[in-house]
Design a protein around this ligand. Structure first.
Ligand SMILES: [Zn+2]
Length: 67
């Protein structure tokens, strides 16, 4: 198993991670119910369904901050 030769300093580590936020590494797939793009393992923002279940109602009418 490969082992890093030297400990990476906080500065080096953080410089490497500076661009991590720019690209979304989480998988984006389309919702099986409405077809809108959604993040994997997340409730669909557009229709509010997850794995065939309705978690919250469509937010077409009221966009309340209820989770
Ligand atoms: Zn959906």
């Amino acid at each position: 198993m490969p082992v890093p030769k030297k400990r990476v300093s906080r500065s080096q580590r953080d410089q490497r991670r500076a661009h991590d936020a720019l690209t979304l590494t989480a998988a984006i797939e389309s919702c099986p119910d409405c077809g809108a793009p959604k993040l994997r393992h997340r409730v669909c923002d557009a229709c509010g369904s997850y794995r065939g279940k309705k978690i919250f109602a469509d937010n077409d009418t009221a966009s309340s901050a209820d989770e």
